[in-house]
Write a protein that binds this ligand. Structure first.
Ligand SMILES: C[S@@+](CC[C@H](N)C(=O)[O-])C[C@H]1O[C@@H](n2cnc3c(N)ncnc32)[C@H](O)[C@@H]1O
Length: 440
């Protein structure tokens, strides 16, 4: 649970139990327990089964949070984090938990969200796909630029820059690129000043490393000696400026390749993404669906493999550069009939002619979920839905709406796209129950 502003900071009085036994991890990754008075309590960094002494506590509306605590009894699954800056950097909040216990905890988090937020009493079996790589799996990282060209991540819940020596969950080529960027920062001490963030991404099928610059204002000068040197070493793109299509990065997918422009969205763990796409293709094949609509399609991560399997349909996505890349990929790979629309999902879905039918809708919305689009989707009543989500709580909320409208939840698979963190992806498969909603 994200910490809200504390109402009170409690000195620990005798009245307040200051030894807590953590029951489980909850969405957001915090340790959680029920106190004897029924109140909920959270301690970030504490693991299931651990006993902690709370040294400073915050009272928020309906719950308590340990602001400072010490460990009394460690979980047998607690391990030494492999990264020297794990406790300062906000990224890998579960690195002190053994990997198989991380996967179990994420399964529990998914169930918790579905039961609590989604009010599901009966669920299909929840499968969970682990990541073969526990480190070195991230194909992109976004660095913040601090004063004097310092590069790093923000500490958890703050804007304090933690300069990282490298990042062990990132592909080693990205850490090598970071060393090269630091070298440039030494030679051009003011070069990074106009930038607020830099995204580094490595693509399996090339061009290998791309650097995407996010300037703090519009004044970034691409003809400066620093920018010229940067472009000599890397494949560079700049936010809000058109990128060169010949520099699209290429990512292999089942039967087809994805093209991604500088700064475009890509799933971060490519091996796990491939497992996710395969799971979608298998479920689609079993369902017999022939015509699909891929909402929030990005550069075509799901639509391109569906087209390559011979399905027809369309993808809708707000990012014009991503849609441009999806169209180029379809054209270059002779996926005739592939259709991509640039625009807001809800507006475009409502604008589609009434007669435009599809028997599968794929949804992969951002963290906030797809609430606004559900009424238009339900009106079209596609027989099957494949909902891919990175936030189990908004997923559970949206699944409840869909199931109340006549869909049945038939399959649930978690994908550990982000080892060492509490994050994961879920693919939910739903089908319209017999005799329920028909398109209107
Ligand atoms: C989680 S990403 C998924 C992209 C793609 N399915 C993939 O797997 O690479 C979500 C995408 O939704 C797009 N998006 C966010 N809000 C949108 C909206 N209201 N309408 C259309 N697209 C939107 C973002 O630009 C982003 O590409």
């Amino acid at each position: 649970m994200p910490p809200s502003k504390p109402r009170t900071r409690l000195a620990l009085l005798d009245l307040t139990p200051n030894e807590w036994k953590i029951e489980k991890l909850v969405p957001g990754g915090d340790g959680f327990l029920h106190l004897s008075d029924g109140k909920s309590a959270f301690a970030s960094g504490a693991l299931p089964g651990e006993r902690i002494r709370v040294e400073e506590m915050e009272e928020h509306g309906g719950y308590l949070r340990a602001a400072r605590w010490s460990l009394l009894e460690a979980s047998p699954d607690r391990v030494e984090p492999s990264c020297p800056v794990q406790s300062e950097c906000g990224g890998c909040d579960l690195m002190m938990l053994d990997y198989s216990a991380q996967v179990r905890a994420k399964q529990g988090i998914l169930l918790e969200a579905l039961q609590r937020t989604g009010r599901f009493e009966q669920l299909p079996e929840v499968r969970f796909v682990s990541s073969a790589e526990h480190y070195g799996y991230r194909s992109r990282i976004r660095l913040h630029v601090g004063s004097g060209g310092r590069l790093g991540f923000y500490a958890a819940g703050s804007r304090e820059l933690v300069e990282i020596p490298g990042c062990i969950v990132a592909d080693p080529e990205l850490s090598t690129a970071l060393i090269a960027l630091r070298d440039l920062a030494r030679r051009y001490p003011r070069g990074f000043e106009p930038l607020s963030e830099i995204e580094l991404r490595v693509a399996p099928a090339g061009p290998r490393v791309a650097v995407h610059l996010l300037p703090a204002d519009r004044g970034f000068d691409l003809s400066s000696a620093f920018a010229v040197e940067l472009a000599r070493r890397f494949n560079v793109s700049v936010a809000e400026r058109a990128s060169d299509p010949s520099q699209d990065q290429r990512f292999p997918l089942p039967g087809v390749e994805l093209r991604v422009p500088g700064g475009g969205f890509t799933q971060v763990n490519w091996a796990v993404n491939q497992a996710l796409v395969h799971a979608l293709l298998d479920a689609t094949q079993k369902s017999g669906a022939l015509r699909f609509c891929d909402l929030y399609c990005g550069a075509g991560n799901f639509s391109l493999p569906l087209f390559a399997r011979g399905l027809t349909g369309l993808g809708i996505e707000a990012s014009r550069p991503a849609i441009g890349a999806a169209r180029r990929a379809a054209k270059e790979q002779s996926l005739s009939g592939a259709r991509f629309i640039a625009g807001d999902v809800r507006t475009e879905l409502e604008r589609l002619p009434r007669g435009e039918r599809f028997d599968l809708a794929v949804l992969d919305p951002p963290r906030s979920g797809a609430r606004e689009v559900l009424p238009a989707l339900i009106r079209r009543a596609p027989r099957h839905l494949a909902y891919c989500a990175c936030d189990p709580v908004t997923l559970a909320r949206d699944l409840r709406v869909l199931c109340d409208a006549g869909y049945a939840l038939e399959g649930l698979t978690g994908f550990d796209m982000f080892p060492q963190t509490h994050h994961f992806e879920t693919l939910a498969w739903l089908s319209l129950g017999a005799g329920t909603a028909t398109p209107h």
